[in-house]
Design a binder for this molecule. Structure first.
Ligand SMILES: [Zn+2]
Length: 133
């Protein structure tokens, strides 16, 4: 009796996460379009490759708001320190404009990857199944 898993190649976690692939098979897409596709940044309901339903229960993705909050805090602190170090300015409007612009520009990234981190690392029941890839 031969193992069926030898015909399925292992897909590493980080390339799959960065390219927003399904956490269970790492083949199917989670989003239909790219992060900065205008007017359509919605998740698919389920994986087209393995059938995995992304929203485990109603309100499941509310937890991604906490991850997104951590992203925004990290971006604000990093940009505030960078502005202070690079310009040495004491003008608060420079900080406000640059920091809010940065957070606004990165909001599609925050939305997308907060959900991906929730799916890949913060949900105990979701495991990679190599036989599905
Ligand atoms: Zn899948």
């Amino acid at each position: 009796m031969e193992a069926q898993t030898t015909s399925h190649k292992h897909i590493p976690v980080w390339p799959a996460l960065i390219s927003c692939k399904c956490p269970r098979c790492r083949v199917g897409k989670v989003y239909e379009h790219g992060a900065y596709h205008l007017f359509d940044n919605k998740m698919l309901l389920q994986c087209k490759h393995c059938g995995f339903v992304y929203e485990k229960e109603p309100g499941y993705f509310y937890a991604a708001m906490y991850v997104g909050y951590a992203f925004v805090v990290a971006e604000l602190v990093t940009s505030g320190v960078a502005i202070g170090v690079l310009t040495g300015s004491q003008n608060p409007w420079l900080y406000v404009i640059v920091m809010l612009s940065l957070v606004t520009l990165l909001s599609p990234f925050n939305y997308r990857y907060s959900r991906m981190l929730l799916l890949y690392f913060l949900t105990p029941g979701i495991r990679y199944r190599q036989e599905l890839s």
